[in-house]
Design a protein around this ligand. Structure first.
Ligand code: S3P
Length: 170
């Protein structure tokens, strides 16, 4: 299948994939969707509840279904993703993969700047324990780079600069 004209934002939890997608919509003709939002809406419950009630494997299966649906049905769209979505085998058929890169410490700085930092940590089951979160980051960081078509460093950057950087590279 020919690759679609979507822009897929990947990266670790809290790096700003959703924020970046929303800013890109304002700065371009693109519209955006978010894989976690799609899953929450079809399940009519939060990711946190899905993890708690059904476990991670159930959630990953929904992500896989979502990835197959995106490949078949979505085009010309910015797609922000959950932090584990980059493992989907068909990701390159969906579109151009942009990795939002930051150190783990940079991500924590970004989260802690937010007025609802606690809620941001609470809603992410895999970031509840920061030591575990850092381990997961370290397990994934090289793989994010391998999957990426484009790497955009976002650490301590203003959203305007991130948007400019991405628009210049797509
Ligand atoms: C996950 C990241 C979350 C969400 C789920 C699992 C992960 O999305 O999909 O909690 O495996 O990294 P965000 O990256 O938007 O927090």
């Amino acid at each position: 299948m020919e690759r679609k004209n979507n822009i897929i934002l990947i990266g670790f939890m809290g790096v700003g994939k959703g924020t970046t997608a929303r800013a890109l919509v304002k700065a371009s003709d693109y519209f955006a969707i978010d894989t976690d939002d799609l899953i929450e809406s079809i399940e009519k419950r939060t990711i946190k509840k899905i993890f708690k009630k059904e476990g991670e494997a159930y959630f990953r299966n929904l992500e896989k279904k979502c990835a197959l649906w995106l490949e078949k049905n979505v085009d010309n769209t910015i797609i922000s993703t959950g932090g584990g979505f980059f493992r989907q085998e068909n990701i390159h058929n969906i579109g151009k993969v942009i990795y939002l890169e930051s150190s783990f410490e940079g991500i924590l700085r970004r989260i802690n700047k937010s007025p609802n930092a606690k809620a941001k940590l609470r809603k992410r089951p895999l970031l509840k324990d920061l030591k575990e979160g850092k381990k997961l980051y370290e397990q994934r960081v090289e793989d994010y780079k391998k999957v990426a078509d484009v790497i955009v460093n976002v650490e301590d950057k203003d959203i305007e600069d991130i948007v400019k950087d991405i628009l210049g590279k797509i």
